[in-house]
Design a protein around this ligand. Sequence first.
Ligand SMILES: C[S@@+](CC[C@H](N)C(=O)[O-])C[C@H]1O[C@@H](n2cnc3c(N)ncnc32)[C@H](O)[C@@H]1O
Length: 215
Amino acid sequence: MIASLVPRCSTLCDIGTDHAYVAIYLAKKEIADKIIAADIKKGPLLQAWKNIDAFNMGDKVETRLSDGFAQIADGEAECAIIAGMGGETIAEILENEKGCKYFVLQMQTAHKHLREYLCTHEYVIEKEAVCREGNKMYTALLATRGNSPKLTDVQKEIGPCLIASTPPLFYDYVRYRLYEINSILEKMGAVMSEKRKQYENLKLEYEKLLEGESR
Ligand SMILES: C[S@@+](CC[C@H](N)C(=O)[O-])C[C@H]1O[C@@H](n2cnc3c(N)ncnc32)[C@H](O)[C@@H]1O
C-alpha cells in the first residue's frame, strides 16, 4: 500500500526504514534512481543492510544513520517515506524536512494529529489508500507542499481523500474505527466529559458515513 503511493522520483529517502523491506521493494520496481534507507538506530540499520545485500540491491539502496532528516542534505531527496510510526512522531520528523516534493506517510496512531499538522503547515493531502492485514487495517497518504483546505474532525480521523473516493475497503475501515471508538467509550464509563462528547460526536459522524454504503 505504501509503495502504491510513491511517485517515480530521482532520490527517495525512507525515514525509519527498520528492515528496509519497503526500500528494497521500491528498488526492485526501479521507482527511484537512488534510495536512502535511514533509521535512528544502528540495530535496524544493520538488519536493513543484511536484507538489502540478500536482495542484491546494494548498488541502489544506501543505509544511513539519521534522526529524522538530520543526515539528509537540503534538496537531496525528492520524496520521503515515513511509515509505521505514530502520527505525532511523524509530525515531529516533518518539522525538519529537507525540501522534499512528495511525502508518503503511514501513521499507526494519532491520525487526527498528523492530518491537522499537515493542513496547518502547508501540506496538501493528494491521495490516500487503505488496506487490511489480518484483523488490522491501515491507511497511508501522499502529501505535497501547498495550501490545504481546512479539514473537519471526521476528515482528519478517516482521511479526506478516502471519504471523497470511497475505495472498496472504505466502509470496512469506517466500521473498524467505529469499533475502536465504541471500545473507548465503554472504557470511559457513563460520566459525561468533554472528551466523551468528542468521541460521541465522532461516532455519529462515522455512522453517517456508513449510511452511504446502502445508497
Ligand atoms: C515500526 S518501524 C517501521 C518500519 C517501516 N518504516 C515500516 O513501515 O514497515 C519504526 C522504525 O522507525 C525508526 N525511528 C523511530 N524514530 C525515528 C527517527 N526520529 N528517525 C529515524 N528513524 C526513526 C525506529 O528505529 C524503527 O526502526
